[in-house]
Design a protein around this ligand. Sequence first.
Ligand code: FE2
Length: 365
Amino acid sequence: MQTDFLPLEGTDYVEFYVGNAKQAAHYYMTAFGFQALAYSGPETGIKDKVSYAVRQNKLTFVLTTPLRPFNDIADHIYKHGDGVKAITLRVNDAASAWRETTKRGAKNYLEPVTIKDDDGEVVMSGIHIYGETVHLFVERKNYRGVFLPGYRAWSNPHFLPADAGLLYVDHCVGNVDWNQMNPWVKFYEDVMGFKNILTFDDADISTEYSALMSKVMSSGNGFVKFPINEPAEGKKKSQIEEYLEFYNGEGVQHVALATNDIVKTVRELMSRGVEFLRVPTNYYDDLLDRVGSIDEDLEPLKELGILVDRDNEGYLLQLFSKPVEDRPTLFFEIIQRKGAKSFGKGNFKALFEAIEREQEARGNL
Ligand code: FE2
């Protein structure tokens, strides 16, 4: 048995570059049930940008905005709109993670650096992945502070939005260009030691109009999963092409957030204004024939538009938001796993038809 040269403890946080971090943080708190956690900016000695960290259970988002034009963050937002910059992975040794990945061909983004404050020290490093997206490695075993050095605790006792039951990042999906899926699969295999655990070709994921291909990459211990999509030829423009056009390149398509009670979570998110894709109600007519018996009542699933799929190991419930910004780019998936380790293949067709109706309305199909 080969030793895992890149042992990952899980997703530590997801950092978004956004046009207005103060308002984005408010959106994730109000709409998705995150709590204020930490703040960094001029008041904490960071002169050129502001970041808000918000947290819900094991899920941490960082919203970062530049304070001036003509820098990497401002350029990123100009080009891509609001989007995911960093998928940050927790490791025991960030210097080793950087060494092992760069020596296998990863392009350096951040050489290992130790950052300190009165609460201890954190080692961070980073590598480039698809588009302008990066993986940061964070080693925080010698840190007792609230988030990271450079941040201070941030809270507002007058604004404590209720938890929506979101627990952790289940998986994080990248959209890459034509013919780029396999090179990125190879990158995750060679550079990160991941395995390709599932493959979907255009026969699996196609509608009358458009198609895509996808491969799911998993870390050795299975804690971190990255499906990678590329467009496939269809009669009309696929959702991946629409993303690539409006994101102006490759990037994170969706982040899947786990819950233990999807009915409760989705009801909560909807009541706070999060919009979801809807499949036609006839999806539910023969649902139980397709997936067998499930613990949940069918009525609330139908009312909220929650999708169900089964694999050899169990079943899963899932639902996809509409894009969370004006460009048709990043969206979220809410997922509850009941044994299933797959990604909802049985729902792809119904789902993509729902996405195509949205594309059509935008004039992008
Ligand atoms: Fe997903």
